[in-house]
Design a protein around this ligand. Structure first.
Ligand code: PBG
Length: 324
């Protein structure tokens, strides 16, 4: 037999030598949920090991991330209920919890890359990702003005990057213009280009208190059945000035990640979302799966073609990688 593939599987050292895909701590972005109030570090019941933090409690967490080698955080603001209104005004309050968190994190570790999710669902009383018309439809072009205002407020607070997750048409261009016109041409945009109307966001909606009060998000988020459409979304985002394109969720959409990778010479991100996290986390906790399943799942996202992985497993992975 000329070819014996088992030769290169025969020892751990050789397997390490010929390994094609490696997840590194540098690839990972860790999401953080910021709440109003003080002295709060509260575990989110739908997402074991993930917490709500008030700004004053961020110091230990940021230092822990830094020690683990995690260099990127993605922030979600979760304001008190009474601050929510029809048009998500709290999202562009320069003294809102997210803006304060950005300033605080930069104070704790100026090297930490701070990315802000830009969306209105956590800030609107109706829980939709934009401004509603009288019939309850999300008004695309009106919402763009707000997304631009919100992005600008995050840039002013010191964000390195904004990540619009609303799925309105034209948002990347609108945000890019607003940033450029105000002197923030160096603030990057990571576009949630192919964001699907997915059931895998379930645990997040509890974490972010952002479930829509009526209806669903199918008139703006993508149909899970479509991948040609994802290519058009990405093309438009690139034309409008996106610096990074993203696929979300990740694990049920590895084919879309691969299509992006094969077609665009751009950094490609994938969001390993809350449902994907909680399923695995619970299976490991119950003893149904070994913890190495976490590495395997995240590695598959990288193998599919994502170089940037947003994951609630970032801390678990950083520890696993250290001990390996
Ligand atoms: C906001 C937003 C959502 C997620 C990220 N940004 C929820 C949604 O669209 O309903 C989901 C993240 C996750 O599930 O981990 N629009």
């Amino acid at each position: 037999m000329l070819k014996r593939l088992r030769r290169l599987r025969s020892t751990k050292a050789i397997r390490n030598l010929v390994r094609e895909t490696k997840v590194q701590v540098e690839d990972l972005i860790y999401p953080l949920f910021i709440v109003d109030g003080e002295n709060i570090k509260r575990e989110i019941s739908s997402m074991e090991g993930v917490y709500h933090f008030s700004v004053d409690k961020l110091e230990d967490e940021i230092n822990e991330l830094t020690e683990l080698g995690i260099e990127h955080v993605l922030l979600f603001g979760v304001p008190d209920d009474y601050k929510k209104d029809c048009c998500g005004s709290e999202a562009f309050n320069d003294d809102g919890c997210l803006q304060r968190a950005v300033r605080k994190i930069k104070e704790i570790n100026p090297e930490m890359d701070v990315i802000c999710d830009v969306c209105m669902c956590e800030y609107t009383s109706h829980g939709h990702c934009g401004i509603l018309t009288e019939t309850g439809y999300v008004d695309n072009d009106k919402t763009l003005e707000y997304l631009a205002k919100i992005s600008l407020s995050y840039a002013k607070a010191g964000a390195d990057m904004v990540a619009p997750s609303d799925m309105m048409d034209g948002r990347i261009g609108a945000i890019r213009n607003a940033l450029d016109e105000n002197g923030y041409e160096n603030v990057a945009i990571m576009a949630y280009s192919a964001k699907y109307a997915s059931s895998f966001y379930g645990p997040f909606r509890e974490a972010a208190n952002s479930a829509p009060a009526f209806g669903d998000r199918k008139t703006y988020q993508m149909d899970p059945a479509n991948s040609n459409e994802a290519m058009i979304e990405a093309e438009l985002d690139i034309q409008e000035g996106a610096d990074i394109i993203m696929v979300k969720p990740a694990l049920s959409y590895l084919d879309v990640i691969r299509r992006f990778k094969d077609n665009y010479n751009m950094p490609i991100a994938a969001y390993n979302v809350s449902g994907e996290y909680s399923m695995l986390k619970l299976a490991v906790k119950q003893g149904l799966l070994n913890e190495s399943a976490i590495y395997e799942a995240v590695m598959s996202i990288k193998r599919a073609g994502a170089t940037i992985i947003i994951t609630y497993f970032a801390k678990d992975l950083a520890r696993m990688l250290k001990n390996n």
